[in-house]
Design a protein around this ligand. Sequence first.
Ligand SMILES: NC(=O)c1ccc[n+]([C@@H]2O[C@H](COP(=O)([O-])OP(=O)(O)OC[C@H]3O[C@@H](n4cnc5c(N)ncnc54)[C@H](OP(=O)(O)O)[C@@H]3O)[C@@H](O)[C@H]2O)c1
Length: 256
Amino acid sequence: MGEAMLSAVLSKHLATVQSVTVSDISPERRQHLAGKYGIAVTDDNRQAVADTDVIVLAVKPQNLAGVTTELNGLLRPEQLVLSIIAGARLDTICQGLEHRAVVRAMPNTPAQIGQGMTIWIATEEVTEQQNEWAGSILSVMGHETAVSSEDQIDMATAVSGSGPAYLFLFVEALVDAAIQLGLSRDMAQELVLTTVLGSGQLIEESGREPAELRRMVTSPGGTTAEALRELEQGKFAELLTRAVRAAYERAKQLGG
Ligand SMILES: NC(=O)c1ccc[n+]([C@@H]2O[C@H](COP(=O)([O-])OP(=O)(O)OC[C@H]3O[C@@H](n4cnc5c(N)ncnc54)[C@H](OP(=O)(O)O)[C@@H]3O)[C@@H](O)[C@H]2O)c1
């Protein structure tokens, strides 16, 4: 995810190659990033943050404590920390770093191809200019929306954060169902993928509510009505509500 951000920030000219330093503990990753993007690399996190306006934290959640211990008390008040670490709360980051200007962002997987949904929140100490920086950096990964409470981050985690997995499961199940009818796997995948992508696009471009679009393709006594009746009997919507609620509760639990 860090590399996806880096790549997009550079290609959209939000930062110059000369202004970026990436710190990574993996020698292979450092070599790869320096070779591919021409940026400076280091294995020393303290050196990486020494002379920069924005510090992006993109390590796995289990590595956060190690990184904050290393950087504790080192940052100047005017430096902005932008974390994309899932579940890491503002308080945890602020206390770990002894630093107040922090943005916590929750992107999702499509962010890797610039089609993501990122929800973010800033501490009160983040200045207007830093908020603008955060918004522009995050917008290179797709849509971004700032919120004012971390509870909304947990809610968004259950919707847009975990959402791609719900969609992937839906696609898998629809492909399997098509194969069970007798279609080849290739054909099933083409039909399902095109339908999912086209339907998403139609929601966006038609400006109509999904419920209205659904009613438009559902003629009484027709094939769609028959399928939707089965889905309703199986309590499809209720099940999804329970799944999203479970993800939300887990997000709250993980954040502590
Ligand atoms: N992928 C997503 O869709 C997504 C969505 C939302 C949020 N996120 C968040 O984004 C963050 C990155 O996820 P990812 O999937 O991109 O993980 P990743 O591929 O493992 O990237 C993390 C990188 O940080 C390096 N690293 C680990 N410890 C370090 C340290 N102490 N100092 C410097 N570098 C260190 C890792 O090196 P090694 O490989 O050698 O460990 C790795 O190159 C996570 O916190 C995740 O929760 C990801």
